[in-house]
Design a protein around this ligand. Sequence first.
Ligand code: AP5
Length: 217
Amino acid sequence: MSLRIVLLGPPGAGKGTHAKILSERHSIPHISTGDLLRSQIQKGTALGKRAKSFIDSGKLVPDELVVEMVSERLQSDDVRNGFILDGFPRTVEQAESLEAFLKQARKPLDFALEFGTSERVVIDRLSGRRACPNCGANYHIRNIPPKREGICDVCGSSLVQRKDDTPETIRKRLEVYQKQTAPLIEFYGTRNLLKVVNGDLEIEPLQAELARELQVR
Ligand code: AP5
């Protein structure tokens, strides 16, 4: 069965963490625009060079760059049976582009899942997050610690704190979310595509809530 969903929610809501689990469970790709952009930066591509200063300062990368990158990704073979979009769309313009793209492909979205998460929880999660620069695995110093402190369980690389996880940039990202991304809740609500889950829950109870929501389609 195919499944096409987008995940909405503030930075640190757990979109990436839960998208990885859902991706394995439903055998569909997890497409994270944050990961795609960070990989472009690491490779030193023209897109990466343009995106870097926006990401480091907590601002959004311009719509046209992100829309082109996602449209290319959505034409890959592995999205035949669906996808989980994490971090896209993030503006009404991006949502309209996605809607037009999927309409043309005759593959409409099944729904948008909003991770309703309080500011206190997201600040705690982002300040404790540690990421593997090599394989992309994510940890939290308290909630999801690696087996050996500072070392990735998957590939043994040293874990790092993301540059945009500093208190000042976290504040900026939350402000940008409220202003530019939160309007998408209404965008998908008026199309009867919105489902809301409690993003403050720990991982297992939230996975149980997601499983229930994904059954009711
Ligand atoms: P992106 O990488 O998408 O960052 P984000 O949306 O700010 O989201 P995060 O990755 O910070 O959080 P998350 O919700 O995935 O949480 P996570 O699962 O890691 O984007 C980065 C930047 O790229 C943007 O600022 C922008 O510049 C640019 N960009 C990206 N997409 C763009 C677009 N479409 N347009 C324009 N620009 C774009 O969890 C956080 C922590 O909490 C982890 O440590 C995790 O272990 C822990 N945790 C997660 N869930 C739980 C739980 N339920 N219980 C306990 N701990 C948990």
